[in-house]
Design a protein around this ligand. Structure first.
Ligand code: BTN
Length: 259
């Protein structure tokens, strides 16, 4: 891939504990933007909120990309939104319809097929580096998933009924990442990202409960994302802007009355 912002150098490993750790090490040592760390097998992958990320060799796509976006920290949600969107659009090219659950889940028929973990360091109000980790369940069969994930997780194999080539998907996703990344860097681009996100917003108009980092819980109707990529949750006349959190869908609107 040439003239690429995202892909300057790809490091391919047979096995790693986490592609995030390796990319972050490089970031801290001053590596330039555009390093991609790919692992055939990831033994200790992590997800958001300190969770483990389940992955199997040749059945999961796991990689991390080092970025140095010249944007302020408050726009950091776009560094999860653009890769989620890039993955969704890549999968759509393979004939798989996806939706996105804020902030970082890639869903097929409401089940999680992939996720994005963006970790970063800032200098003052600006981002020094960001490492975007992408995990996609490619050839995983239902029985491969641990029991606790079987009802909520899915894979491209489950969606299409056939195995796919991990390297081919990796390439398609990198191409989409490359196209979407520049959109993060301008106001107009972020508007476009919001529009593309809105078309795939799984939470839109759903009753949700959001756990905030400080332990508070917000309940209401999800109303898309604002210009900073934060989730908007409406309760009556009041709109709460959620910068980060864990979202659960409430099956019953009446649950809203309890809090
Ligand atoms: C989530 O949904 O919680 C995010 C999952 C991110 C997993 C990817 S796999 C590649 C990279 N390395 C990791 O350890 N995690 C991310």
């Amino acid at each position: 891939m040439t003239n690429s912002l995202i892909v300057r150098k790809i490091l391919r490993f047979k096995s790693l504990e986490s592609t995030q750790d390796v990319a972050i090490d490089y970031a801290k040592k001053g590596e330039k933007e555009g390093l991609v760390v790919f692992a055939e097998k990831q033994t200790k992958g992590r997800g958001r909120l300190g969770r483990n990320w389940f992955a199997l060799p040749f059945k999961s796509l796991t990689f991390s990309v080092l970025l140095r976006p010249p944007i302020s920290l408050e726009l950091s949600p776009f560094l999860s939104l653009f890769p989620a969107l890039a993955c969704a659009q890549a999968l759509e090219k393979l004939g798989i319809k996806c939706s996105l659950k804020w902030p970082n889940d890639i869903l097929i028929e409401g089940k999680k097929a992939g996720g994005i973990l963006t970790e970063m360091e800032s200098r003052g109000a600006f981002i020094e580096w960001a490492v975007v980790g992408v995990g996609i369940n490619v050839n995983i069969e239902r029985e491969d998933f641990p029991k606790e994930l079987r009802e909520t997780a899915t894979s491209l194999y489950i969606a299409l009924g056939k195995n796919l080539d991990i390297h081919n998907i990796f390439e398609i996703i990198l191409k989409e990442l490359n196209e979407k990344y520049p959109l993060c860097l301008s106001e107009e681009g972020r508007k476009k990202l919001r529009e593309l996100y809105d078309e795939r917003d799984f939470l839109k108009e759903k009753f949700v409960e959001v756990g905030l980092a400080n332990g508070d819980v917000v309940k209401g109707v999800a109303e898309g994302i604002n210009e900073k990529g934060f989730l908007r949750v409406r309760r009556g006349d009041k709109i709460t802007i959620v910068p980060a959190g864990d979202v659960f869908i409430l099956k019953n609107k009446n649950l809203l009355k309890e809090a």
